[in-house]
Structure formats: C-alpha cells, structure tokens
Design a protein around this ligand. Structure first.
Ligand code: ZN
Length: 602
C-alpha cells in the first residue's frame, strides 16, 4: 500500500490507502514531467537527482490525486479515480516507468540526504507493485472503497472559498457511480471483518453526502445549470453508495452461511513482506517478535521486583499475593488514584512542558530550538473524538504553521468516565505521555526533521522511526534520572511499555501464528494489565490491520539496540547528546538507513 505512513497523519492513512487501488481515470501520461530513459543515454544529459525527485513528486500527485488531496497539494482535488482494471494497468505502467527512471541513479554517487530519498522512493514503488499484484487487498478489503473521506476533506477545508469547494465537489461527484461499480467488480472473497467495516463505514458516507449539501449549493454562486447537475449527481451518488451497502450486506450473509470468507490472518510470508515494506527495518518480523517476547519476560520480572519493594509502603498490613501478576495489578490499581482533578488536566500538561525542557537542557540530552516553541492547546472541536492527546505538525505544504500539542479537555465525560481516564493518565503516566508526545519525543523529532529539508521524507516519512523515537525517549529520560528513579515511576513506565510490546506480540500472534481471540485477550488482560474494553478494542483493530501495531515497538527496539551498540563501540567517547542530534539529523528516515548513514560518516 502506498500511504503517508506516519501515525501522526492518522487521518490521512485511510485515503492514502484508497489511493493505492486507484489510478488516473483521465489517462494522463504521468511520466511527462520526468526525463524518460532512452536507448542512448550518452547523448542525453541526465537530470540531477534533486531535479528527478522534484519531478517525481509532481508525477506522484498526478498519478494519485486522492493522496494529493490529503497532502494539501490542491491541484487535483476535483478528481475521483475509478478503481477499475484500466486504472490498475496504468498504475502498474507508471510504477514500472518510475522504477526504470530511478535505476539510472546509483545511490553510491548520491549525497547522504539524497540516498535516503532514493531508498524511500524505491520502497514506495516496489510496494505499490506488490500491493497491486501480490497482496491484492483491493480484492478482499471492501472497506477500502469509500468516497466520503475525500468529500469531507474538501467540504471541511477552512482555507477555501465556498464556491470553489462546491465546484470541486460537483466534478468529483460525477464518478461516484462508476467508482462503486468498479468496487463491486473488484471484490472477490473478502474477509468478514472488512466486509462488516465496509458496510458500517459506507453508511457513514451517506451522512457526508446527504441532502444537507444542497443548502449551501442553493445559496452559492454556482450557475443554475451547475446547481441542477449537482442535485442529479448527488442523488446518483447516494444510490450508488446504498447499492454498495446492499451488495456487501448480501455478500456478508452468503459468506456467513457458506463459511467461505477469507481469513483475516495474512500468514507468515505476506506478513514478512509487508513488514519489510512498512517498517523498512534491519530485522525480520520474526526476530522482532522474538525480541518482544524476551522483553515481555524481562519487563514482567522487573515489575514484580519493584512491586516487592513497594508493597510494605502501600500495604503494610496486607499479605502480598503469591501470584506475581495479581501482586503487580493490585499495586498499579492502588497507585493510579494519584492523579490531577479533571479541571487540572490541560493546565497540568501546560505546566509540565517547561519542566521537561529544563531537564533536557540541564542534562545535556538534546538541543531544543527556542525559536520553534510548542503551543499547547485544547484540541479544536472538529478534531475531537479520536485521541486524547496528539501533535499537529505542519504538513509539507504549510511549513509556516505552528506545531500544536492538542490535549482534549475532559468536559464531555461523565464523572465515571473522567475518573477512569484520569486513573489511566495518572500522576506518572501523564508525565510519560508528555515525554512521548512533546519533549523530547514527537515535537523535538519534528523540529529536527523539518531542518532536514526533503519533501520526499516529509511525504514518505517512516512511521516506525517517528513512533520508535517517541517510545525510545520515554525510557531514555527515566534512565537519565527524570523522576528521580522513583520506583513508582518505573513501575508505571513498564506498564505503559508493556502495551507497546504486547501490540507486537498480538499482531504477530494473530497474523502469523493464528492465536485465538481467547489467547489474545488473555495476553492483554493477564500479562499486560489491560481492562477488558481496551483489550477487546485492540483485538478488533488487530483483525483490521497488519504490521501497523508493531511499528511502535520495532522502531523503539531498533533505535535502542543501535544506541547500545554505539555505546559499546565508542566507549568513553560516546556522547548521548551527540548521538541524539546525529540520529535526528537525517529526517524521518527509516532507522535502518539512519544506522547505515551514521556508520558511514564515522
Ligand atoms: Zn506517538
């Protein structure tokens, strides 16, 4: 799948996923802007790699207008591609042409920055072919067909004139019936889980393309002809969506009756291949799984030890449970009541940021640019309902925007919900969250990433590197003495870290080893101290994604291991601050390449 795969761009993922299966309906010759490879290279001046990559991005947006819409490019927002056989053929041709053009460059001759771009482009193209020819989720994932996201993106834009938005929507609407017809033709033996998701999400699409849309149309400056065409096309689009929902509903019935649905487990071979494309790791998925298994045992043992030492302090009169799991769980539950009041949630986070900055500065961990302050704000209304805390980073086409740390206030929660939430984000975990999201986690990494100016990296940035860095900093800060080595802090950190470890175990367990739901839930609830609601939600997510759940741990493990190797190699000369700054200087490139580049520069 081709996607802007940083988890920070969570909302973009869905559409980029769609972009994969789609190709230009207009049949634009997408390779026009790059110099084609000819039979007589000696007669031709080869463009520099930077010229090539500029042209490549322009071509990419032309080839994948759905993706360009999410990147904020703007030029192709009106195009809705029909995901039919013709478009797949054109797509394949485009990918192969680009690969041929790329092969003219020898990465050995490129600068460090360009070299990474080269590999990112190559991975994108190889993955596009693999997705289309081998993984073929366009055949078995009915939820990958949904027009709502693109329309909503245009309609909700805050920067565009109402009439411009509506005329983009008008053009886009034309292809909706053909789009869903192609989707129906593509589907063959889907998974039950993706079929059900496709049904519920397309029901949601009807609320985006509802009759409500006609109100602004009537009031707009569109011509009378356009207004009536709009109405006709909107009705046809609604009919097409309903038709697709009906098609999927009867398919679901059939599959349930016959038991012939495809398994949501992709198996070892495809999992390894997808892992290689998505994570771009130096490890295989299997060895990463084994590392996670060992880490789980190590972390559980540490938690048990810490609990032993803390037990008399908190339960002087109660006998310690013999079962270590029970002992740890009881202590965590007891400690979790230490948290801020609901009104203090956002102010407390604001208060902690300067403290984290001071700690990072005083301990020489990494240089923070005072010119790029982090703005902590209450999450804007239109973004709420997804994550409790997130970072809004400026996209590749709006670098002048602020970086925001969005924190959702607890206003809309009942007392009971707020209490449960605050126990989860208790005194200790809240600090770890701030390290992860802000300093020196995501925010610090983004500032460095933006100083390594490469449009390729900001579009194709590696999610495992970005999340891995944030997870790495949690442990690094504690190792450097943040929290004064308080055992309570370490215990809570380990609980938090176990979640990341178990995500990897669960994903591999489900996709490759075929573990049952019961085994999966037991892993999360008994071994990782999770509540049932959280565990069930995670199980569901793991049946609707592959590899993504493992990106946090993979990135973290790879960065941490590399740091340990460097420490050993450099001995007294190892400088943590220099290591961090060097590591981040390559932009959001996959850890594997950062390691290669750092090794070469020594
Ligand atoms: Zn994160």
């Amino acid at each position: 799948m081709i996607r802007g795969n940083t988890p920070l761009q969570g909302k973009k993922m869905k559409q980029s996923l769609l972009a994969v299966a789609l190709a230009s309906i207009l049949g634009l010759s997408a390779c026009q802007t790059t110099t084609p490879v000819t039979n007589s290279p000696q007669q031709q001046v080869q463009p520099s790699f930077s010229q090539f990559s500029k042209g490549f991005i322009a071509d990419l947006w032309q080839q994948y207008p759905g993706w360009s819409l999410w990147a904020g490019y703007g030029k192709y927002d009106h195009i809705l591609q029909v995901p039919d056989q013709t478009s797949r053929e054109k797509n394949k041709q485009w990918l192969n042409t680009q690969l041929a053009t790329l092969s003219v460059y020898n990465p050995v001759n490129l600068s460090t920055n360009e070299k990474t771009d080269y590999y990112l482009i190559k991975n994108l193209l190889d993955k596009g072919l693999w997705e289309q020819e081998k993984f073929k989720s366009w055949q078995w994932n009915p939820s990958s067909y949904n027009v709502a996201g693109g329309f909503a993106k245009i309609i909700n834009s805050r920067f565009e004139e109402e009439d411009t938005k509506l005329s983009k929507v008008l053009t886009r609407l034309e292809n909706v019936p053909a789009y869903y017809q192609a989707a129906q033709n593509n589907i063959s033996i889907p998974t039950l889980e993706y079929t059900q998701l496709g049904i519920s999400q397309n029901k949601g699409a009807l609320s985006v393309l509802s009759a409500e849309l006609l109100k602004p149309v009537k009031a707009s400056g569109l011509s009378d002809t356009d207004k009536s065409t709009f109405e006709v096309r909107l009705t046809a689009a609604q009919t097409a969506i309903k038709g697709y929902i009906n098609f999927l509903t009867s398919l679901e019935k059939e599959l349930k009756a016959s038991g012939a649905a495809r398994s949501f487990r992709i198996g070892e071979k495809l999992y390894e291949e997808k892992f290689a494309f998505d994570i771009q790791s130096g490890y295989t998925a299997k060895s990463m799984y084994q590392k996670a298994l060992a880490d789980k045992q190590r972390v559980l043992a540490e938690m048990s030890k810490i609990s032993d030492s803390l037990w008399p302090k908190y339960f002087p009169k109660t006998a310690k449970p013999v079962n270590p799991q029970e002992k740890v769980a009881k202590l965590i539950k007891h400690l979790a009541v230490k948290h801020v009041s609901r009104d203090e949630f956002v102010p407390e986070i604001k208060r902690q940021i300067p403290e984290l900055e001071a700690f990072v500065r005083d301990n020489d961990l990494i240089t923070l640019d005072p010119e790029k302050p982090l703005v902590v704000r209450a999450t804007p209304e239109y973004m709420r309902g997804f994550a409790g805390a997130s970072i809004s980073a400026p996209g590749p086409y709006d670098t002048k925007e602020n970086t925001y740390y969005n924190v959702t206030p607890l206003d809309s929660m009942t007392d009971k919900e707020a209490d449960s939430y605050l126990r989860e984000y208790n005194h200790w975990i809240l600090q770890i969250l701030n390290i992860h999201e802000a300093i020196p986690g995501h925010y610090a990494q983004l500032v460095y990433s933006n100083e390594s100016p490469s449009l390729i990296k900001s579009i194709l940035g590696n999610g495992a590197m970005i999340e891995g860095w944030a997870v790495y900093t949690e442990r690094m800060m504690l190792e450097e003495g943040y929290g004064n080595f308080e055992p309570e802090m370490w215990l809570m950190y380990y609980k938090w870290n176990l979640r990341v470890i178990c995500n990897t175990l669960l994903d591999y367990g489900i996709q490759v080893q075929g573990i049952s739901e019961e085994e999966g839930l037991s892993l999360l609830m008994n071994d990782a101290f999770q509540e049932e609601t959280e565990a069930k939600g995670k199980w569901r997510r793991a049946t609707l994604s592959q590899v993504q759940l493992t990106s946090y741990y993979s990135g973290y493990r790879e960065i941490y291991d590399f740091r340990e190797t460097q420490k050993e190699k450099l001995g007294d000369k190892f400088d943590l601050k220099k290591f961090h700054e060097d590591f981040l200087s390559y932009g959001s490139a996959p850890v594997k390449y950062v390691i290669q580049l750092m090794n070469n520069s020594q």
